[in-house]
Design a protein around this ligand. Structure first.
Ligand code: ATP
Length: 248
């Protein structure tokens, strides 16, 4: 069996330049193989947290970071995006960003670039697993990615991330702008990904959906953790129901 690791974010503070403090001493944990949801209004700092974990903060444009990020025994603090991927943590970016001109299969193969070569047989087996998870991608393997629907492109972006065989997947707004049927498909897939042993840190505007999928959730408010707890408990709290589930 593969080793399973927890993600530990400790006292993470991120500022963009001198004036914008996006995160202030945020600590959170994703247990090995668990699903954790990160909720919060626009600008609360959710994307910043994912980028700090995945090594994609714009450090060259003045983002300043303190605190630490650990995955199992690996210290991911200050690591490059490629190093984070090699450690087993892969982000599916918001807005999908598939290679529009390439075929579905070439997009998936690109998910293996930058990794230590594990050999053709394993690449082939991983591709087959991704096709089993997303049969629509198998049907469309020769199609140009840019011509697929938003939901199919989201599946492709997730499939591409899974090609790296992550043990933790960082998902940024996977259902944004999708039709209800597609939202349903994506959430089933998130559950299936977890059943296969991969943990998920999920940023999701649809708080009801996120709390249904997750074991545990954190609510960010202006860059700090306002609430956290088992997802079912948060879903029952008056504050969450009023502010994030649109109830009176
Ligand atoms: P959204 O759902 O709108 O993406 P979010 O919770 O993901 O919101 P972030 O994108 O992390 O929030 O933004 C947190 C704060 O940092 C906001 O005030 C935002 O304007 C600011 N911010 C984000 N990226 C940058 C950047 N590259 N330069 C300067 N400020 C930034």
């Amino acid at each position: 069996a593969e080793t399973r690791e927890a993600l530990d974010v400790n006292q993470l503070t991120v500022a963009y330049g001198r004036s914008v403090r996006a995160l202030h001493e945020v600590s959170l944990r994703v247990p090995a193989g668990g699903i954790v949801a990160l909720l919060g209004a626009n600008g609360a700092g959710k994307s910043t947290l994912l980028r700090a974990v995945s090594g994609t903060l714009p450090l060259h444009q003045g983002a300043v970071v303190s605190g630490s990020v650990g995955f199992g025994s690996a210290d991911l603090t200050g690591r490059s995006a490629a190093q984070v991927v090699a450690a087993g943590v892969v982000q599916v970016p918001e807005g999908r960003r598939v290679f529009a001109e390439l075929s579905v299969e070439d997009n998936l193969r690109a998910g293996r670039l930058g990794l230590v070569r594990r050999g053709r047989a394993e690449a082939r087996a991983t591709l087959d697993e991704v096709y089993a998870l997303f049969p629509v991608l198998a049907e469309r393997r020769r199609q140009t990615a840019g011509l697929m629907s938003g939901g199919e492109q989201q599946m492709l972006a997730m499939g591409r991330a899974l090609m790296a065989r992550p043990r933790l997947l960082l998902l940024d707004e996977p259902t944004l702008g999708l039709a209800p049927l597609m939202v349903e498909r994506i959430s089933e897939t998130v559950q299936e990904i977890r059943r296969r042993g991969t943990g998920v840190l999920l940023v999701e505007q649809n708080a009801a959906l996120a709390l249904e999928l997750a074991d545990h959730a954190y609510v960010l408010e202006v860059g700090a953790v306002r609430l956290s707890g088992p997802a079912a408990e948060l879903a029952a709290s008056d504050e969450v129901r009023r502010l994030y589930l649109g109830e009176q």
